[in-house]
Write a protein that binds this ligand. Structure first.
Ligand code: CP
Ligand code: NVA
Length: 319
């Protein structure tokens, strides 16, 4: 095979042009739900979960089926992956049986090891560091509601050291957006993530603001986003975290700083009364259920696009 296999492990794995191509494909797939059948080789897609999930599990299963493939959803605890078998051995076995490997896990390094040892695409379905599939769905949703991405300002408030903050920052600037991240001192993106975002922003015309001042992040924002204050694996810190992020809640007072036509994103599951008020998430500016549905369309697009770019499928519209 002459093509290099393409993986989707972080938001930076797509350039601005590629991200646009994937989003265009998602739009086309949303219009023609059953019109794309990319699986030329193995039709099975292995989807592993080391952490719990509703949306990711169901949206991958539905999307793979709509593409004519066969989803194999695996609770990692019931498999050998990461327990009784090395990641590299698992990769070398799986690549002979499936068209794509999708994995929700803890350490990003595990995904990298899987990708290094796999001749089929590996997709990050959430790690401690990134949630890039979610961001494709979020950007698709913003594009649907705002008509564009480049030049828009997007504010994210709350736990700004988590996977969603990193992905908002990196995917947002890749799209040419002005991304503002606000959280308390000590819970902001790592220096290397900020540096990578600034580098990407310089290429796309986007910009980066990382601040402890929620109002500064929100000022006139076109998009307002937040996420749980207690990510999977942080349950023991719950009481402390509920206090820590109190000033970064997305409620009506916070929304008063944003543009009056701002849309509100939340990857869900949401905790009303904590990171977001019921009034906001259930109110007219919220697009969270469009965002959830768009997981299916965006993930179908990235799966087909990676296969096509890896020389493993022909997909209309992808060279
Ligand atoms: N947003 C998201 O990834 O949801 P799940 O944890 O339910 O998959
Ligand atoms: N930051 C959250 C996202 C859930 C979809 C977590 O990692 O639990």
């Amino acid at each position: 095979m002459t093509n290099t296999v393409r993986h989707f492990l972080t938001d930076l794995d797509l350039t601005q042009a590629e991200q646009g191509e994937v989003l265009d494909l998602a739009v086309a797939m949303k219009k023609d739900k059953y019109g794309y059948k990319p699986y030329a080789g193995p039709q099975t897609v292995a989807v592993f979960f080391d952490k719990t999930s509703t949306r990711t599990r169901v949206s991958f299963a539905a999307g793979i089926a709509e593409l004519g493939g066969s989803p194999l959803i695996i609770n990692s605890a019931e498999s050998q992956l990461g327990h009784k078998e090395s990641i590299s051995d698992s990769a070398k076995v799986l690549e002979r049986m499936v068209s794509t490997i999708v994995w929700r896990t803890y350490a990003q390094a595990g995904l990298e090891e899987m990708a290094q040892n796999s001749n089929v695409p590996v997709i990050n379905a959430l790690s401690d560091d990134y949630h890039p599939c979610q961001l494709l769905a979020d950007l698709l949703t913003v594009r649907e509601h705002k008509g564009t991405l480049a030049g828009l300002s997007m504010a994210y408030l709350g736990d700004s050291a988590n996977n969603m903050a990193n992905s908002y920052l990196l995917a947002g600037v890749t799209a040419g957006m002005h991304v503002r991240i606000a959280g308390p001192e000590g819970y902001l993106p790592a220096a290397e993530i900020i540096a990578a975002a600034e580098k990407r922003a310089a290429e796309t015309g986007g910009s980066v603001l990382v601040t402890t001042d929620a109002a500064a992040a929100l000022a006139g924002a076109d998009v307002v986003a937040t996420d749980t204050w207690v990510s999977m694996g942080q349950e023991d810190e719950k009481a402390q975290r509920m206090e820590l992020f109190r000033d970064y809640a997305v409620d009506s007072a916070a929304m008063a700083h944003a543009d009056k036509d701002a849309v509100v994103l939340h990857c869900l599951p949401a905790y009303r009364g904590y990171e977001i008020s019921a009034e906001v998430i259930d109110g007219p500016q919220s697009v969270v259920f469009d965002e959830a549905e768009n997981r299916v369309h965006a993930q179908k697009a990235i799966m087909a696009w990676l296969l096509a770019k890896s020389g493993l499928a022909d997909v209309a519209g992808v060279d």
